[in-house]
Design a protein around this ligand. Sequence first.
Ligand SMILES: Cc1ncc(COP(=O)(O)O)c(C=O)c1O
Length: 320
Amino acid sequence: MRVAENLLGLIGRTPMVTLNRINPVKGVRLLAKLEYFNPGGSVKDRIGIAMVEAAERAGKLKPGDWIVEPTSGNTGVGLCIAAILKGYRVVFTMPDKVSPEKIDLLKAYGAEVVVCPTAVAPEDPESYYSVAKKIAQERPAFLPNQYENSANTEAHYRATGPEIWEQTDGKLEAFIAGVGTGGTISGIGRFLKEKNAQIKIIGADPEGSMIYTEFYKLPRNVHTYLIEGIGEDIIPGTLDFKVIDEIVRVYDKESYAMARELAQKEAILTGSSGGAALVAALRCAEKIRRGTLVVLIPDTGRQYLSKVYSERWLRENGLV
Ligand SMILES: Cc1ncc(COP(=O)(O)O)c(C=O)c1O
C-alpha cells in the first residue's frame, strides 16, 4: 500500500460504483462517481488545493496570510485542508440556511466562520458574498473566489474528467452533475467533449435558481429553495454553458426523497445536491434507454443528518 506524504496526496482518484437497485432502466448502466471518498468528504477538496497552489504560483498568497471565502461548506473544508498543511489561516462567510453541522465542521478545522442572511440579494452589504469581500480588504488576505477562479474548473479538467474517462474506458453516453459554481460540470464537460463530442453533459439545477432560465433564455424567476450547494442567483464565471447540452430543473421534494432512497437502496449516503443530480440522471436514463451514464455524487449525507435524514425537519419544511 502507498503511504501519502500528507492528506493532500489522498485527494482525487475517487472510486466509481454501479447503481443497480435504484435504476429501473435495464438497458442503462448507471455509474456513480463517489466524491465523498476525498479526505475532506467532498468534491471540493480538489479545488481547495488547486486554488491555493495557483495563488502561490501567482504570488497572491504569502506564508501566514488569511484565506477568505464565501462557501456553503464543502469548499471551506477543501480550503482548510490546503491551508492547514501549507500554513495559512482561514475565515469563511456562510448563508444561514446551511446545516449547523457544516458550520461546526469548519470550526473544528480551526476556521473562523461568519454566518450571514440567506434571503438578501448578492449585492446587499449583508450577503455572504459582500461580507467576504469586506473581510478580505481588512486583513492580509487572499479571496480564492471559487465562482470566478479558473483553477476551480481547471482542477476538474486536469483530474476529475480524465479519471471518469479512464474508469469507463471512454465508453459513456452522458455525464450528469449538479451545478453550483459550475466548476465541476464545466471542467469535466470540457475534458469529455474534447475526447468525444458525442458525450452529453447534463446539469441539475434547483427550481428557484437562475441557471436553468439563463441557459434556456427564459424569464428570470429567482427565489430561495432548500437544496444545498447547487443553483445560483448569479451566473458564475466558472460556469461554461458551451460544454453543457442540457440543464434539468429539479425540485426540493424529489431531490430530498432521492437522497434518502439512495441511502436505503444502494447504501450510499449523500445530501440534497447528490439527490438532485440523481433525479436528473434517472430522467436521462428514461430518455436514452441504453448506454452508460455517470452521475457525480458530490458529498456525504453525514453532514445532513439534521435535514435530509431528519423526519421532523422534512415534515416542518413540507418535504414529506
Ligand atoms: C454539496 C455540493 N454539491 C454540488 C456542488 C456543485 O459543484 P460546483 O460548484 O463545482 O458546480 C457544490 C458546490 O458548492 C456543493 O457544495
